[in-house]
Design a protein around this ligand. Structure first.
Ligand code: PEP
Ligand code: MN
Length: 362
């Protein structure tokens, strides 16, 4: 008799478990729907007032045999699981994420494709100092079939007494050189108000490491119809870097190039520490082209070539390097800019070791 009763009760228990299961999942679905509404309205998921109300309801409705404190414990676990469910299902997938767009973003500038699988170079002086200086570098750069010339016009310098760049005059020089040498030009802009004006002179807007988290600048760059090269901040994690790119893309501009330029560590042998694995991580996590700036990451001429090879070997879409006709008298970064002869050797070595494709060169 007892045996039959036990088995009946167990069957009944199984039924109750099934009902509990169905109810818990039903609750989960409701929580997901609430989570979606909250996420659309930008509301916080966790609401302590609401949780208190639900626990009070458990207290007032409890008829036993469980103690209210035991039930509170059980319900709190259920609430917690619901909150986790909301996070998983409504964690916004970033626009720059590879999950959002599996194909690579390819940017085309004056016939030069960036991110199409053929690695390229961006080269030029640290700062635009004069028309003659910029033209000399443009000549050396374009002779090698390189289409992208860099040059700083607004220089963010550690000391306010150091050369700050030629400003608008620098942009005008870049534009003139771009027209004369049939190349595209890139330069850093530091102020949101200068962006529109700069678009008349530049083919790519650079946002520098020091401004990677200048969110107003990022948003303003996101409203442009112009490619943006975004440098990683001096002490930025890759997650922060990716979110900065998201700031640009969230405003509609998806033409973004990410540039790893070394991060601040305790190591003093190099100016910064080149985080080389940032390249494949950024390529996996985002669909954007990824560059490596070998000049500012190493700060050492003897490391430019090995760093560039490493960058290409690990999958970078391009390398940025600084070239000056006479680095010894350069107004900024004198120590690590290559002269024209050194640059020539740098390019030839990258071509002969097959890191740069021959068809990129004339
Ligand atoms: C630059 O490229 O001119 C520059 C200043 O680099 P970063 O912002 O990476 O320091
Ligand atoms: Mn420099």
């Amino acid at each position: 008799m007892n045996h039959i009763e036990l088995s009946t009760l167990r069957t009944e228990l199984d039924e109750v478990n099934k009902e509990l299961l169905a109810l818990i999942n039903k609750r989960g679905e409701l929580v997901q729907r609430i989570g979606k509404i909250k996420s659309d309205q930008g509301m916080k998921k966790y609401d302590p007032v609401r949780e208190r109300h639900m626990l009070d309801l458990v207290s007032s409705e409890n008829e036993g045999p469980f103690e209210t404190s035991t039930l509170h414990h059980l319900f709190k676990e259920i609430f917690k699981a619901g909150l986790e469910l909301q996070e998983v299902n409504h964690k916004k997938e970033l626009l720059v994420s590879r999950k959002q767009r599996p194909e690579d973003t390819v940017i085309s500038i004056k016939g030069q494709e960036i991110g199409n699988g053929n690695p390229i170079l961006i080269a030029g002086p640290c700062a635009v100092e004069s028309y003659e200086q910029t033209a000399l570098v443009a000549d050396a750069v374009t002779k090698n079939g390189i289409k992208l010339l860099r040059g700083g016009a607004f220089k963010p310098r550690t000391s306010p007494y150091d050369f700050q760049g030629l400003g608008l005059e620098g942009l005008q020089i870049l534009k003139r050189v771009a027209d004369e040498y049939n190349c595209a030009v890139i330069s850093e802009i530091v102020h949101p108000q200068d962006l529109e004006m700069a678009c008349e002179y530049l083919d790519i807007i650079q946002i520098g490491a020091r401004n990677m988290q200048n969110y107003e600048l990022l948003k303003a760059a996101g409203r442009l119809n112009k490619p943006v090269l975004l440098k990683r901040g001096l002490a930025a994690t890759l997650d922060e870097f990716i979110n900065s790119a998201e700031y640009i893309m969230s405003q509609g501009n998806g033409q973004i190039i990410l540039c790893e330029r070394g991060i601040r560590t305790y190591e003093r042998a190099t100016r910064n520490t080149l985080d080389i694995t940032a390249v494949p991580i950024l390529k996996q996590e985002t669909h954007l082209p990824v560059f490596v700036d070998v000049t500012h990451s190493t700060g050492r001429k003897d490391l430019l070539l090995p760093a560039a090879k490493a960058a290409f070997a690990i999958g970078a879409d391009g390398v940025m390097a600084e070239v000056h006709p006479d680095p010894a008298v350069a107004l900024s970064d004198a120590a690590q800019q290559m002269n024209i002869e050194e640059f020539q050797e740098f390019v030839e070595e990258l071509v002969s070791s097959r890191f740069l494709k021959l068809n990129q060169m004339v």
